[in-house]
Design a protein around this ligand. Structure first.
Ligand SMILES: C[S@@+](CC[C@H](N)C(=O)[O-])C[C@H]1O[C@@H](n2cnc3c(N)ncnc32)[C@H](O)[C@@H]1O
Length: 286
């Protein structure tokens, strides 16, 4: 856990420094060695969305999906972004929930928080707060958030059960979990891939298998769990990245082909039990 946390902070701290110097932050998911566009993080936002955030926020984007395009967000709601990075999804959410709502970005990397706060200032958005902390220990009260979003962060955690339990705890009854993440199809991912720290911090090695993701959410108490593929990665797109991480064996590469995908993962915390409400209205619990 500690080794992963340190490696993630180093990698994403470097990405934030690049973005603050005006370069693209592309040493995040899928990119190796800060070397340009990659199949996971590129072309996630359409022009309409891109036009509403500062160019720097877009440059700093390191996600693998577009959770705010797929999530239901209503005026007045509180949205929490787990691993908010340069803040693009927080800024987009803040506009959607409007002045009576609030968007909170949570990140553990100081450089990312500084970048996100700069982007907030440039965007002139005030219903936003960036908070330092870990997604395994969310520094918010129980039942305080309407929607949890996240963009390619849960795969980076060394303790996914804890993250999911924390998400459940802070969501209000009826609250929505609406997350983009890298997900694996099938359990037999080659050991070389799982062992690579470079691939872990690049959002691949730590990715959960699709059914495990569903099981973990259900076991934490979530209902209406759904995993919807948004982009499936073919080996031709990922070959350079994998080779840079030391995965060159053609047999191993063939095993990975089409097995990793970006997915939109959604679930709901059950509403307050009807039975409890009914009991309060009658003498049945007395
Ligand atoms: C792949 S980037 C994604 C950033 C952002 N969601 C986006 O779409 O651009 C991962 C971000 O999550 C943060 N992060 C990773 N693991 C974390 C953890 N356990 N707790 C808090 N933040 C974490 C990193 O500091 C980094 O900013």
């Amino acid at each position: 856990m500690e080794a992963i946390r340190t490696a993630v902070q180093e990698k994403y701290g470097e990405a934030a420094r690049r973005a603050r110097s005006g370069s693209s932050a592309t040493c995040g998911c899928g990119a190796s060695g800060c070397c340009g566009p990659d199949p996971i993080t590129s072309n996630l936002y359409d022009d309409a969305q891109a036009g509403t955030v500062p160019a720097e926020a877009l440059l700093a984007s390191l996600g693998c999906g577009n959770p705010t395009a797929l999530a239901e967000l209503n005026a007045g709601e509180t949205v929490l972004d787990l691993g908010s990075g340069g803040g693009i999804d927080v800024l987009l959410s803040a506009r959607r929930v409007g002045p009576t709502g609030k968007a909170i970005g949570l990140d553990m990397t100081d450089e990312m928080l500084a970048l996100a706060r700069e982007n907030q200032q440039k965007a002139g958005v005030t219903n936003v707060e960036f908070v330092k902390g870990e997604i395994e220990q969310i520094p918010l009260p129980d039942n305080s958030v309407d929607v949890i979003i996240s963009n390619c962060v849960i795969n980076l955690s060394g303790d996914k059960d804890r993250v999911i339990a924390e998400a459940f705890r802070v969501l209000k009854p009826g609250g929505r979990f609406a997350v983009s993440d890298v997900v694996v199809k099938g359990h037999d991912v080659p050991a070389d891939v799982r062992r690579s720290m470079e691939l872990w911090v690049g959002c691949v090695a730590g990715a959960l298998e699709e059914d495990s993701y569903r099981d973990k959410l259900a076991r934490a108490g979530f209902e209406a769990v759904d995993v919807e593929p948004t982009r499936v990665y073919r080996i031709a797109e990922a070959k350079q990245f994998l080779e840079n991480a030391g995965i060159t064996d053609e047999i191993v590469l063939a095993q990975i082909d089409g097995r990793f995908m970006s997915a939109f993962v959604r679930a709901r915390k059950p509403a307050a039990p009807e039975i409890a409400k009914a009991c309060c209205a009658t003498t049945c619990c007395a």
